[in-house]
Each structure stands twice: as C-alpha cells, then as structure tokens.
Design a binder for this molecule. Structure first.
Ligand SMILES: NC(=O)c1ccc[n+]([C@@H]2O[C@H](COP(=O)([O-])OP(=O)(O)OC[C@H]3O[C@@H](n4cnc5c(N)ncnc54)[C@H](OP(=O)(O)O)[C@@H]3O)[C@@H](O)[C@H]2O)c1
Length: 316
C-alpha cells in the first residue's frame, strides 16, 4: 500500500468514527425527545414522596408541581416559610397531594446534625425521589469584586447538599428496592454552563461541573441497585436566578424544563425540554468538537460581560 493510500485510509477511518459518534448522539437525542422513560408513580411507587430542594421558585417549584400532577406527594425544602406554604397550598388545591415543608438555609446550615434532622423528618414516609435542585449564582464579576461570604455561599449551596443528602438517603433507597422491588430516582441539577470555561462565573461554572461529575459517577455506581440517577443540565431558563425573560428557541420556561426532564428518567443526562435537548446536541457536536476553545471563551466572556451590566435587572 502506498503512502497516499495509507493516509487516505487513516482519514477515512477517522471521518467514519466521527460520523458514527454524531449518529449515536443523534439517536440519543431522538430517544430523549420522543422515547424517554417517564417519572410516574407506576415506576417509583404509588403514594410515594418526592423531596425537592429549592422548591419555592424557578425550576424546583416547576418540578415539584409537575411531580404532584403526576401523583407524587411532595416534601418542599427552602428558606422562606411563606413561599413554602404558598407552594404547598397550590399543590393541595390543584392536585390534592400531601405536602411537607422544611425551612432550611443551605448556605448557613452545614452541620451533620442539621442534615440528619432533615432526614429524620422523612423517617415515616415512603421517599422514592430526591431532587437536588437548590443552587445559586453570584453576579458575574472580577474576582476582586466578589465578597468572601458570597463566594463561600455559592460553593456551599451548589455542592454540599447534593453530596450530603445523597449520602444520607441512598442506603435507604437501595434497601427499599431490595425489600419491596420499588425503584427510586436521584435527580441532580447541574447546568450546560459546564461545557465551556466561563470567565467572571468561575465559582458557579465549576460548582455546577462538580454536580455534573458527581451525578455521572453516581449513575455508574448505582447501576443494578434500583436507584435511577439522572443529571439535568439546562441551558438558560427564565427564573429569578438570572432574571432572563423567555426567548423563543433560546431561553425556555420552567414548565417546559420540568416536563422535559421528568420524561427522561433513565437517560443519564437530560438538558430539560426539547429546545435545550436540541441545543445540547448542537453545542456538543458542532461547537465543542469543531470550534477552537479560544473562540468559545470569547463567546462566554462576552456573555458574562453582558450579564455584569444587566445583573441589576435581576427579578429578586
Ligand atoms: N435558571 C437557569 O437558567 C438555570 C440554568 C442551568 C441550571 N440552573 C440550576 O437550576 C437550579 C435552580 O435554579 P433556578 O433558576 O430555578 O433558581 P431560582 O429561581 O433562584 O430558585 C432557587 C430556589 O432555591 C431556593 N434557595 C435558594 N437559596 C437557598 C438556600 N440557601 N437554602 C435553601 N433554599 C434556597 C429558593 O427559595 P428561597 O428563596 O425561599 O429559599 C428557590 O426556591 C440551580 O441549581 C441552578 O444552578 C438554572
């Protein structure tokens, strides 16, 4: 075989492998859009409970309401007791499901005793779903402008509850499957922001990366135990966290994110909602694979610089 033939064969093989990878991801996209496993009481247990952190606003509230609509009882966890009571009332009025409220500030309460107390409050109910949704983002800014307490809170809220609540509940979920054959679900909320390094959002971006890697590692560890593990990596969703308004095909609403997510229980990773599933596919295959990192960083830098200026427009 000549040198030219050899080169041709190598190029052809590489091209074929890349096409095969894209085709595989295309199939995953089709599954996530149309053929996902739905989160239902039939799969996880009739009259069982879902525990949702950060469930008084945004994505967490939408997930809690959607789960109640599908027939689950809900444990709501957040800081503000009035907002908790309002969501609980909404759930009872609209869907007739039971609720429990736990007032807890994840940025302040970090002792083992505080977390063990949460879990004790769940002792008498059949918990089948844990949604580690709570998260926060500081205003995008230069490192020297961040307050130390805010930097600390961002890491603590975004990384600590996901690990500790999982640790405290996972044995119980595994045992539930062994004893009753009922499956359970741990759903952790990371972000598409993990795809590319983000200047001025280093704390948020890296803490969400932590959530993503934790979830993916847990997914493989839990195979065969009856505990489904799902990572949610949304793109921009219109919530109080960012103050974005909905923009067609870009910034989606919380309902679309919640429904899309809860229709993909076993997909390993979901981007939550059809718009973001397509974004995720395009970003992973075309942007990340084909666009040089230096150009991507220019894009994320420009995005964060825009946010630096608009952050004062935040809803809360
Ligand atoms: N929005 C997006 O574009 C987007 C994109 C990708 C990923 N995410 C992720 O999605 C998750 C939810 O974000 P979101 O946009 O829905 O946020 P959000 O609208 O700001 O809602 C945050 C929820 O968490 C609660 N919360 C905040 N800090 C808390 C604390 N220290 N202790 C206890 N509860 C606390 C809030 O209730 P209280 O104020 O009553 O405590 C609220 O219920 C986060 O993990 C975020 O990183 C969001």
């Amino acid at each position: 075989m000549s040198h030219c033939d050899c080169m041709e064969l190598v190029c052809f093989t590489i091209g074929a492998l890349v096409l095969l990878k894209w085709a595989w991801r295309g199939l995953v996209l089709i599954r996530n859009l149309f053929l996902g496993t739905k989160v239902t009481p039939q799969r996880y247990g009739e009259n069982s409970w879902a525990v949702v952190t950060g469930s008084t606003d945004g994505i967490g509230k939408a997930l809690a309401l959607e789960l109640a609509k599908r027939g689950f009882n809900i444990v709501l966890i957040a800081r503000n007791s009035e907002k908790l009571a309002a969501v609980a009332k909404d759930i009872q009025n609209k869907y007739g499901r039971d609720t429990r409220m736990i007032v807890f500030d994840f940025s302040k309460e970090t002792s083992f005793a505080a977390y063990e107390h949460i879990v004790r409050l769940l002792d008498d109910i059949d918990v089948s779903i844990l949604i580690n949704n709570v998260g926060m983002s500081n205003k995008p800014d230069d490192q020297e402008n961040h307050q130390l307490k805010d930097v600390h809170a961002e890491v603590v809220v975004n990384c600590y509850p996901i690990v500790i609540l999982t640790k405290l509940l996972v044995d119980r979920l595994k045992l539930r499957y062994k004893k009753t054959g009922k499956r359970s679900l741990i759903l952790n909320v990371a972000s598409q922001i993990t795809f590319i390094p983000n200047p001025y959002l280093a704390g948020y971006c890296s803490s969400k990366n932590f959530d993503d890697k934790f979830t993916k590692s847990l997914y493989y560890e839990m195979k065969g135990t009856g505990v489904d593990v799902l990572g949610l990596l949304p793109g921009a969703v219109s919530t109080g966290l960012n103050g974005f308004s909905e923009v067609p095909f870009a910034v989606i609403g919380v309902q679309s994110c919640a429904t899309g997510t809860l229709n993909n229980a076993t997909s390993f990773v979901t981007f939550g909602g059809w718009v973001h599933e397509i974004h995720g596919f395009l970003v992973k295959n075309f942007m990340l694979d084909l666009v040089p990192q230096s150009i991507l960083i220019k894009l994320t830098r420009g995005f964060a610089e825009g946010l630096k200026k608009s952050w004062k427009l935040k809803v809360k």
